[in-house]
Design a protein around this ligand. Structure first.
Ligand code: PLP
Length: 442
């Protein structure tokens, strides 16, 4: 065996964060047992109408004269021109934005976009000042923990919990606090949020953006689940418009619109931000693969992607969000539960108040009963304060069938009931930190 001496960056990037750290355990369980209810998945469901659209666009591309160009040539680091043109046209026409080609850059998936953004704007400046990436509230997308090259780069704020009724709550950004200061390099948040389904309100966005603007800091709004595609938003958010302008970089992904395998991420913002991302990308990976961009260009330009998002994708996940809410009300009995208000996305976020064991222990207890969910403590990237709430939540995927969700909730109710009845004896690992490289899995 060779001795490996790694750089600090090598060590950091060797450490799997968040959900990826428990993925091995989940995969082993799913491989070993056939009767598991899997409510952990982050992959979007393959919806027939969406898959049919991608197949049709692929056939059109393959039989067109541009196919050879797409596949057999290098291209621009900014992205495939017809894709960028389709995006510019769509946003200008539908949202009356006044963007041009130089406002857009395409990356191989939006994860790479956040990696580039975090390391262009965060870390040491040439005059040796350390600038941090601010997450204005948590829980947040665990992937942000993986994109910084130095763990200290993330600065995450505790939210305010608004209890809306006995079984529903919502996280609010603590906008009364100074979220941004002279040591901030960039701000990032997901809207809708993975894992909670929260949509940070327009007012909260306005205040975060104005705090950042006063310090000359860009705000990356991760719209992986937002309109216009895939448009996984519900109720009063159905006509939600993306926030844009000034220091906002509107970030999108084609993954939840049914193309995670093709790795297409999109950033739209002021040219000075976009050109820095493009230059980083040129150095790191030359450019994104063009195939996915070429088929997406067709679906966007024709308006079909926006249409299928609204008429198929959004109602599908909305029905699942309703399904879990009803099942919880039906099954949970005396268990003190509260569900985050489901505003969008593909997950439900459940808080089990004063849970006598940790969320990781609960994960194991549920796994023993053939139910897999994701322990909530993995979703606090960069938030290292002790806070009991971190160990009292779980993320439930809405990608499973309604039957699986209902059966999963029945198992959860049974296990949670037993846990609360057994009391706090086994509460041994509260405050387990999401930033730890290896979760305390037994
Ligand atoms: N942002 C959020 C909120 C996500 O949930 C995900 C993936 O699950 C990503 C970004 C990364 O998506 P991709 O790299 O596939 O575009």
């Amino acid at each position: 065996m060779n001795t490996i001496i790694k750089s600090a960056i090598g060590e950091k990037m060797d450490c799997l964060t968040g959900v990826r750290a428990i993925m091995k355990d989940i995969t082993e369980t799913l491989t070993a047992r056939s009767n598991v209810i899997n409510l952990s998945a982050g992959n979007p469901v393959i919806l027939p109408e969406v898959a049919a659209l991608w197949k049709r666009c692929t056939r059109e591309l393959v039989s067109s004269s541009s196919f050879d160009e797409v596949l057999c040539r290098y291209g621009s680091s900014q992205g495939y021109e017809p894709f960028i043109e389709a995006l510019v046209g769509w946003f200008n026409e539908n949202y009356k934005w006044d963007i041009k080609k130089e406002n857009v850059v395409i990356t191989p998936g939006s994860q790479m976009l956040y990696f580039i953004a975090a390391n262009v704007f965060g870390g040491y400046t040439t005059d040796n000042r350390f600038r941090r990436i601010v997450l204005p509230l948590c829980p947040e997308y665990t992937g942000y923990e993986g994109v910084v090259l130095d763990k200290r780069m993330l600065k995450t704020f505790k939210p305010i919990i608004e209890e809306r009724s006995s079984h529903e709550f919502k996280y609010l950004a603590n906008i009364g606090e100074n979220l941004v200061d002279e040591n901030t390099g960039a701000v990032i948040f997901s809207r809708p949020c993975n894992p909670t389904g929260n949509i940070v309100s327009d007012k909260e966005v306005e205040i975060i953006v104005s705090q950042a603007s006063s310090k000359g800091v860009p705000v990356f709004i991760d719209s992986a689940y937002a309109p216009p595609f895939p448009s996984m938003v519900y109720d009063e958010f159905e006509n939600m418009k993306p926030a844009f302008g000034g220091n906002i970089v509107h970030c999108m992904s084609m993954s939840k619109a049914g193309m995670p395998g093709e790795r297409v991420g999109i950033a739209i913002g002021a040219p000075e931000y976009i050109s820095s991302i493009e230059a980083f990308q040129s150095n790191a990976n030359i450019h994104s693969s063009r195939f996915g961009q070429a088929i997406a260009a067709k679906a966007i330009a024709s308006g079909e992607l926006a249409e299928v998002s609204k008429s198929v994708i959004a109602p599908y996940y909305r029905a699942k969000a309703d399904c879990i809410k009803k099942a919880l009300h039906r099954e949970m009995g005396d268990v003190p539960w509260s569900l985050h208000k489901g505003e969008g996305g593909i997950f439900a976020w459940l808080w089990l108040k004063n849970l006598p064991i940790t969320d990781v222990q609960l994960y194991h207890d549920l796994k023993a009963q053939n139910l897999i969910v994701v322990p909530g403590s993995t979703f606090f990237p960069g938030f290292n304060e002790n806070w009991d709430h971190k160990g009292e939540c779980i993320r439930v995927s809405l990608t499973a069938t309604e039957e699986a969700i209902e059966e999963g909730v029945r198992v959860l109710a049974r296990v949670a009931d037993a846990v609360y009845n057994a009391g706090s004896q086994s509460k041994i690992m509260k405050n387990c930190k999401s930033a730890d490289c290896h979760l305390a899995l037994r």
